[in-house]
Design a protein around this ligand. Sequence first.
Ligand code: FES
Length: 143
Amino acid sequence: MELNYSKEVIENFLHPKNMGEIKNPDGFGSVGNKICGDVMNVYIKVKKDKSGKEILKDIKFKTFGCSAAIATSSMITQLAKGKTLEEAEKITRNDVAESLNGLPPIKMHCSNLASDGLREAIKDYRNKKLKNEKQDEKTTKEK
Ligand code: FES
């Protein structure tokens, strides 16, 4: 079956942006699609901006999957970089697909990997932060 991919999908598949790994990431997410077996790993670094809001300073991905999964991974990192965590969490699979000038309907599920992977990484960051805060509280009380 021939799939009609947009120019943007092909470009992001052939020359993906932000591909790779971040050593000691602040957050890490890994999601898989049970049906096709494709997997996306997302790494994020978070910092506070001038107003004290947490933003995505850096984001990288490693995706083991189809061409649409690679292209959507590349696109979500571009959409999310520099955004606040709240803004980044709101990026939907449709936003990703629209930014790629559409995906063939049979490939729409591939963009779930990208949006879910990013949300997992942010969740992991928040969980770690909460754990560290509890640890700090405990240490302060023990003193
Ligand atoms: Fe598995 Fe695209 S076919 S993510």
